[in-house]
Each structure stands twice: as structure tokens, then as C-alpha cells.
Design a protein around this ligand. Structure first.
Ligand SMILES: Cc1cc2nc3c(=O)[nH]c(=O)nc-3n(C[C@H](O)[C@H](O)[C@H](O)COP(=O)(O)OP(=O)(O)OC[C@H]3O[C@@H](n4cnc5c(N)ncnc54)[C@H](O)[C@@H]3O)c2cc1C
Length: 402
């Protein structure tokens, strides 16, 4: 029987609200402390949401709320210049869902609030104090809060990560900046298909929206690292000029850039990848989500992994007596899975720009590769992962499914 009764959750992005709701289900009272002054609505751009993420959301009862606002993409296609190769479907796996990032935040926030979770905004964690029987979080506004445990769901630039281990690694820059936009384009994009496209100079992806617009995103190779704030200081008109230099000769990539109004371009800034984090927890503090395992965005798994970890952490806290035992079990059942996915992502990242020969070869090689490689097996394993909330945590069983 758990002795943990209360939890402070730092960060109200994806992992935070899910962890809070799952902890509530486990009988642990949790409150979310978010640095931003309010909920993150209207933050633009889309996100691909995988079947395993949906299954984890089903555990806390939020899966259908997401399905109602998301757009299923039953078909995946890879495009190399004018050649398009449809990828084999994954048997028995729910299709990828495309969701507006703001909608995802709203679904998770509203679901948590309906479950009775308290959110406090304008609360930037700056330091913690640990006591024998609890932990106190101190915020930049001079206030503080105390509970049995503290969960760092504070994203890729986590403060909690360095409070747990001052020598913890920081996120690496992938060498690419992220941009996204919804665009009214004359280019006819078939519905229900997600296109992953290798342009002449760089990679991009796109799909048709139900209202006739196209949702597209790019990973722009860019030597200099820019944070989101730094990248947003550059006017969008300038970014569109740079994007046109990179994608101008591509079809339909060039059309999308030309058709995008500056006010509709969302600049994400430098894309990160988190190297393995040696220390996931210390004392009464533990990490969840991007703060401890952010795979590159090319895996399409960041949010889903954050959600799975949040649910599994709550389950471990429910089933084990003291936080240290629960945190150790949580790390053992989550680390192998998230590191395997991160390693897959790191490999894909390098192939995001292809030379001219590879671009010609890929349409021929790709179908064969998809058949003979373990591609389908890997994807099915990744996306068929489910969490049995009712069952007590059994490490061996968890690892077999991971
Ligand atoms: C361009 C791009 C595309 C992506 N595409 C996909 C995709 O297609 N599919 C997918 O699954 N994932 C994708 N991801 C990854 C996904 O967005 C993340 O994995 C996910 O948001 C992680 O959730 P999180 O809650 O751990 O962190 P976040 O969502 O980053 O939330 C962290 C929260 O903590 C708050 N915070 C930070 N510091 C403090 C502090 N000191 N005190 C209090 N609060 C704090 C932040 O304000 C933020 O609200 C993409 C990411 C990027 C950048």
C-alpha cells in the first residue's frame, strides 16, 4: 500500500496533466504548477499522435476526447521528388491521429480539471527543499508549495532534471529548426494520407485538412542553434524567404511555402533530442516526459511516450510502498522502451536529407526495404503497447510488452 498521498507536478504541458489525472485515479492528490500565465491554447501547428499514446490516454479516460478533435490518417506515403511510395499499413493498429497542438493541450487540461485537478499558472519552479517527509517547491513569484513528492514534467529544458542531478546532460540540437503552417494551397492533396517527403535540399511533411487547407511542417537544416524565442525574433517574412531558398524547387513543398501567409507560419525553433539521462530520480523527485526522454520529433512518439510514462509512474506510485521503490520500478519498466525509440529516431534524423542518387534510388528500394526489413515488426511493437491499469505492476510482464 502506497504511503504517497500528495504530489506537486511541475509543468502543465502533455505529461503533467496526464500524470495528475492518473495519480488521482491512484488515490494520490496532485496539483499542476505551470510557468506560463495560462493554458497553452493557440500555440499553433500540428502533432502526429500514435496508437500507443491513444491507448495510454484511454487508461485515464481521455482517449475519446482526443479522437473527437483529431483527424485519423489511415495512409502513410513517402515521397521522393515526383515519386510516391505508399507504406504498408500496420495490421491491427489504430491509425495515426493528426491533432492541433492547442487542441491536445486543451483536451488534456480539460480532462484533468474535470477530474478535480488544480492548475496553478505563473508558477516557475526555481528551487526545491527536501525534508525527511516531504519536498517544497519554490517558485519565481516568491510562493511555495509542499507535498510528499515532486514530479518534473517540465519539458526538454527541465529545471527539475538539474535539481535532481546538476551534471545531467542537456538536450542536443538536431541541426534543424521546426516550422509548421496551415495553408490555403491550390495544390490538390488527397485526403487521409500523411506524406513524408524528401525534397531536394530538406525534408518536409504534409496532409490535407478537412476544411480544404493543407497542414505542413518542415525540418529546416540550420547550422546555428536558435531557441524558440530567438527564432521568433526573426520576422516570418524572412523565414519564408529562407524556406523558399530551401524548398522552392520542390513540388509541392515550394507551392506550400509560396502560398503561406507570414501570419500563418509557426516557428518552433531548434529541434532537440535528449541523450540518455543517467539519473531519473533522487529522493522525492522524479522526471517524466521530455524532461527525461525526448526522442527526435521524427519518431512521432514524443507525446505518446510522455503519456505512457505519466500513467506508468502513477501506477508504480500506487503499487509500491515508498517513493524510492516506486521510482526505481518506474525507471526499470520505462527506460528500455524509451531509449530504444530514441535510438530509432536518432537514426532517422541522419537520413532526413538525401543526396540526388539516393533520392532516385529510394522509390525503388523503399518497397523492398519495407517488406524485408523489420520495419513493420518494429512499428507494430512500438504502437501496440498497452498498459493494464487494473493489474498490479509486474516488471517482467511490463518489459515483455515494451
Ligand atoms: C516541432 C515538433 C514536432 C513534434 N512532433 C511530434 C509528433 O508529431 N508526435 C509526438 O508524439 N510528439 C511530437 N513532438 C514532441 C512533443 O511535443 C513532446 O514530446 C511533448 O510535448 C512532451 O510533453 P512534456 O509534457 O514532457 O513537455 P512539454 O509539452 O514541453 O511541457 C512542459 C511544460 O513545463 C513547463 N515548464 C518548463 N519549465 C518550468 C518550470 N521551471 N516551472 C514550471 N513549469 C515549467 C513548460 O512551460 C511546459 O508547459 C514534437 C515536438 C516538436 C518540437
Amino acid at each position: 500500500m502506497s504511503t504517497t498521498r500528495t504530489a506537486l507536478i511541475i509543468g502543465g504541458g502533455v505529461a503533467g496533466p496526464v500524470a495528475a489525472t492518473a495519480l488521482q485515479m491512484a488515490g494520490i492528490e496532485a496539483a499542476v504548477y505551470e510557468a506560463y500565465p495560462g493554458p497553452a491554447y493557440n500555440i499553433g501547428s500540428t502533432l502526429g499522435f500514435a496508437a500507443n499514446g491513444l491507448a495510454a490516454l484511454d487508461v485515464i479516460g481521455a482517449g475519446d476526447a482526443l479522437r473527437r478533435v483529431a483527424l485519423p490518417m489511415p495512409t502513410m506515403a513517402m515521397a521522393f521528388g515526383h515519386k510516391t511510395v505508399e507504406m504498408p499499413g500496420l495490421t491491427g493498429i489504430e491509425p495515426l491521429q493528426i491533432i492541433d497542438r492547442s487542441d491536445l493541450h486543451q483536451v488534456l487540461h480539460d480532462h484533468a480539471v474535470a477530474a478535480g485537478i488544480r492548475f496553478e499558472y505563473g508558477k516557475r519552479l526555481v528551487r526545491v527543499e527536501e525534508h525527511p517527509d516531504g519536498v517544497t517547491a519554490h517558485f519565481a513569484d516568491g510562493t511555495s508549495a509542499t507535498a510528499d513528492i515532486l514530479i518534473g514534467a517540465d519539458g526538454i529544458k527541465s529545471t527539475v532534471r538539474t535539481l535532481i542531478d546538476p551534471n545531467a546532460p542537456a538536450a542536443d540540437y538536431t541541426g534543424m529548426l521546426g516550422f509548421g503552417a496551415y495553408t490555403e494551397s491550390a495544390f490538390d492533396v488527397p485526403p487521409e494520407t500523411m506524406y513524408f517527403t524528401f525534397g531536394k535540399k530538406a525534408y518536409y511533411l504534409y496532409s490535407a485538412m478537412p476544411d480544404g487547407r493543407v497542414g505542413w511542417g518542415v525540418n529546416l537544416p540550420y547550422k546555428q542553434y536558435l531557441s524558440t524565442a530567438e527564432a521568433r525574433r526573426v520576422p516570418n517574412e524572412e523565414w519564408l524567404r529562407i524556406l523558399l531558398d530551401t524548398y522552392g524547387e520542390d513540388s509541392p513543398g515550394g507551392d506550400f511555402v509560396r502560398d503561406t501567409k507570414p501570419e500563418n507560419l509557426v516557428c518552433v525553433g531548434g529541434l532537440h533530442i535528449m541523450p540518455p539521462v543517467p539519473t531519473w530520480y533522487r529522493g522525492r523527485m522524479v522526471l517524466v516526459g521530455d524532461s527525461v526522454h525526448a526522442p527526435s520529433n521524427s519518431t512521432g512518439q514524443g507525446a505518446s511516450q510522455a503519456i505512457e510514462s505519466a500513467v506508468q509512474l502513477a501506477r508504480c506510485l500506487r503499487d509500491f510502498n515508498d517513493p524510492a521503490t516506486a521510482f526505481a520500478a518506474y525507471e526499470r519498466i520505462r527506460r528500455p522502451r524509451v531509449e530504444r525509440i530514441a535510438a530509432r529516431g536518432a537514426k532517422i534524423n541522419h537520413t532526413k536529407t538525401l543526396g540526388p542518387v539516393m533520392r532516385r534510388m529510394m522509390p525503388l528500394v523503399m518497397p523492398l526495404f519495407a517488406k524485408t526489413s523489420k520495419f513493420e515488426e518494429i512499428m507494430v511493437r512500438e504502437q501496440s503497447y498497452t498498459i493494464d491499469w487494473a493489474a498490479p505492476v509486474n516488471e517482467r510482464a511490463e518489459l515483455t510488452r515494451a
